[in-house]
Design a protein around this ligand. Structure first.
Ligand SMILES: Nc1nc2c(ncn2[C@@H]2O[C@H](COP(=O)(O)OP(=O)(O)OP(=O)(O)O)[C@@H](O)[C@H]2O)c(=O)[nH]1
Length: 250
């Protein structure tokens, strides 16, 4: 069976570090994970890259040749990839048991405004891959209810667009060890408690909206993140086992 993890999330949230962690874990546990760089703006990697989109198109080239800014340039580069998916197919090869981890760009436009990520997922599925979305959020940015809800809505946007098994991962947990009990309420939060906390910090005019957002997340069962401490092998195994389950059972 062929597998892909699509690693998504905002800029700087720890996507590349996640990929590196999984790669190292694979080496130690005799599972072979191959990393694919899908970020045309990436600069350097700590892990060996099996496929690099910059061999097809790089953000620097787009910005220089077309005089685009970084965001427009990235959308252009992804649309170019979308038109040249056969290139990616050739790069991925046709082995039956490959497991690729794809390090994606952070720009939300790719998931919310243009269909390129959706097209990529559909192509991977046509080529026989079982694809799992791994949405990464930086634990440093969700340490209050408002930011937590905002992070959840970003995850939801990717989940709704891509329609694939989906796992949320909370990164940089080594940095929040001292506040662990505080953070625990974000792993599997009680949505009513969360909305009450949010209301406590909000103007009453926002209560109805807060409740509606809470219900939306509840309806999609999208609250809850898997905490990942990259320095703790048990934590890596824990996250990977959830991803394996998500891939297997959807
Ligand atoms: N302490 C700690 N630092 C981390 C962790 N993950 C990432 N970082 C740091 O956070 C910064 C950004 O990490 P990256 O892995 O490059 O994040 P990214 O999401 O790939 O970034 P972009 O590709 O720019 O969107 C780097 O300085 C990392 O060293 C973590 O689990 N613990």
């Amino acid at each position: 069976m062929r597998h892909v993890q699509l690693v998504m999330g905002p800029a700087g949230c720890g996507k590349s570090t996640y990929c590196h962690t999984m790669y190292e874990h694979g080496l130690a546990s005799k599972r072979s994970f191959q990393i694919v760089n899908l970020d045309p703006a990436a600069e350097h990697f700590k892990y060996p890259v099996t496929v690099d989109v910059r061999e097809l198109i790089s953000l620097d080239d787009v910005m220089e040749e077309l005089d685009y800014g970084p965001n427009g340039g990235l959308v252009y580069a992804f649309e170019y990839l979308d038109e040249n998916l056969e290139w990616l197919r050739e790069q991925l090869g046709d082995s039956d048991d490959d497991y690729f981890i794809m390090d994606c760009p952070g720009q939300i436009e790719l998931y919310s405004h243009v269909p390129v990520m959706k097209n990529l997922v559909q192509a991977l599925q046509r080529w026989g891959f079982m694809v799992c979305g791994v949405y990464v959020i930086d634990s440093q940015f969700i340490a209050d209810p408002g930011k937590f809800i905002s992070g959840c809505l970003a995850c939801l946007s990717a989940m709704v667009q891509l329609e694939i098994p989906h796992v949320n991962v909370l990164t940089k947990m080594d940095l929040v060890r001292k506040k662990r009990s505080f953070m625990e309420k974000f792993y599997q939060p009680d949505i009513d408690e969360l909305i009450a906390d949010l209301n406590a910090d909000s103007n009453p005019a926002m209560y109805k909206l807060n409740q509606a957002m809470g219900s939306l997340l509840d309806d999609y069962s999208l609250v809850g993140f898997l905490p990942l401490n990259i320095y703790d092998p048990d934590s890596v195994i824990f996250v990977l086992s959830h991803i394996d389950n998500a891939i297997q059972y959807g």
